[in-house]
Write a protein that binds this ligand. Structure first.
Ligand code: DX5
Ligand code: ZN
Length: 216
């Protein structure tokens, strides 16, 4: 059983003051930051790229959990490895050879994750479960923070939790999008152990209390 982790998404921080966003995560005694990379093609928004990750790298010891919402994630593995990413998570819906991409991520010394959108049948990731140590079930359609949680994803979490148990695997089950205390605890009950929270974390009046509510 993986210990629960809250990974705040920097997408929800002030993009003119990323260092302050990093400091807020550190002040909440957290160890992961979730970095949402968007190309304006795979998702209808553009966020930030490898240069930002590289510039943040020397400023913090946080674990860089990088979520590639890119049509061609395989083209950017080297750039994010050089920038200091520790994990790259890539979408099953993107245009690449998943096995090759996952192998290339690990060949660069990073951990590999696979992501699926809310309408994706979780059976599609079954061939890759031995190749990853994290599966990201999107709980919104990716592109923007602050969207409403999609409860039907709880079924995918339960399915993948059962599959993890059946195959005696240890991958983390991550959720991302619309995660607050209520939806986060629903996801934990369904098997999630890694919770990405953007809006709810940065807007929380007491961030440490927010984290405690999700990880108790
Ligand atoms: C995809 C992004 C968002 C963000 C978190 O859209 O991955 O899900 O991280 O969004 P909120 O603000 O809902 O926590
Ligand atoms: Zn994300």
């Amino acid at each position: 059983m993986n210990p629960p982790i809250v990974a705040p998404s920097l997408l929800a921080a002030n993009h003119g003051h990323f260092a302050a966003g990093i400091q807020a995560i550190e002040a909440a005694n957290l160890s992961w930051v979730h970095l949402d990379i968007m190309d304006g093609h795979f998702v209808p928004n553009i966020s930030f790229g490898p240069q930002l990750v590289a510039d943040l790298r020397p400023q913090t010891q946080l674990y860089f959990d990088v979520h590639l919402m890119l049509t061609h994630p395989d083209r950017f593995i080297g750039a994010f490895a050089k920038a200091g990413a520790q994990r790259l998570t890539v979408h099953i819906e993107a245009e690449h050879d998943m096995k090759q991409t996952l192998a290339a991520i690990k060949a660069q010394g990073m951990s590999a994750g696979i992501a699926l959108n809310p309408d994706c049948n979780p059976e599609r990731v079954l061939p890759y479960l031995e190749d990853v140590d994290l599966v990201l079930c999107m709980t919104v359609f990716p592109g923007f923070g602050g969207q409403a949680f999609i409860p039907s994803v709880l079924k995918s979490l339960e399915y993948l939790k059962a599959e993890r148990q059946r195959r005696q695997l240890q991958f983390r089950l991550e959720v991302d999008g619309g995660i607050n205390v209520t939806t986060g605890l629903q996801c934990r009950d369904a098997g999630a152990d890694t919770l990405v929270a953007g809006t709810a974390f940065f807007k929380a009046p007491d961030r440490q209390q927010f984290v405690r509510s999700l990880t108790a």
